[in-house]
Design a protein around this ligand. Structure first.
Ligand code: FAD
Length: 186
């Protein structure tokens, strides 16, 4: 998985990193923008190529790239996928517990949260694409916050925009409430 169209995976000296490795704005590999698989590929490439090793080492300054978690180990820093899954759980649950009809104050708070969230999300490339999606010039992706039904549908569409970008299957938004609020009907 790649963090997004905006992420470059070429080091400042022109050396190519494996697909999916996204660099931070300071030119160092971004752990929270990169999947564990791509991170492992980068380390493998670094160990088998002096040139890349030198480039990767330069990109991570004095410290070496932290080793990826062995498959059985838990309690490790999240990669882009684990961070994403946890965040979607939070975001959809936010919509599931939103008022059926939201006061103006609640809508203002949520609009402000989404603005901050889309600037502060730890995968910068994901955040940038998310902000751009919300700011589509047509206005069609502006947060719809007047009710739980609207907000839940909007969040589902936001998630589907990321699913599409990553080549994942889209979720049928008619069922967002069953997935995130009521549970599936038997
Ligand atoms: P996830 O996409 O994390 O979904 C978790 C669960 O949500 C699914 O199992 C399903 O039950 C349910 N679900 C799926 N789609 C929907 C929907 N539309 N509505 C409601 N429920 C749904 N990763 C990148 O590599 N690049 C990016 O640019 C990127 N941008 C992101 C932006 C944001 C704001 C967030 C929160 C995450 C982003 N991610 C990005 C992470 C990515 O979306 C996934 O979370 C990650 O790839 C793990 O995917 P997954 O297949 O486990 O399921």
């Amino acid at each position: 998985a790649t963090a997004g169209s905006s992420g470059s995976n070429t080091l400042s000296d022109g050396q190519k990193l494996p697909p999916g490795v996204v660099l931070d704005k300071d030119g160092k590999p971004c752990r929270t923008c990169t999947s564990a698989a791509s991170w492992r590929a980068m380390l493998k490439q670094a160990s088998s190529s002096g040139g890349i090793a030198a480039g990767a080492a330069a990109a991570t300054s004095t410290t070496s790239i932290p080793p990826p978690p062995p498959p059985t180990q838990t309690d490790c820093p999240p990669d882009v996928e684990e961070l994403g899954r946890s965040t979607w759980t939070f975001l959809h649950t936010l919509t599931a517990t939103y008022p059926t009809t939201a006061s103006t104050e609640k809508q203002t708070q949520m609009r402000s949260f989404l603005g901050l969230f889309s600037n502060l999300y730890p995968c910068w490339a994901c955040a940038e694409d998310f902000r751009n999606w919300m700011a589509d010039p047509s206005g069609k992706n502006e947060p719809r916050l007047s009710s739980r039904a609207e907000f839940g549908q909007w969040m589902c569409e936001a998630h589907n925009a990321v699913n599409r970008k990553l080549g994942k299957k889209e979720f049928d938004c008619r069922f967002w409430e069953e997935r995130w609020r009521t549970g599936w009907k038997d």
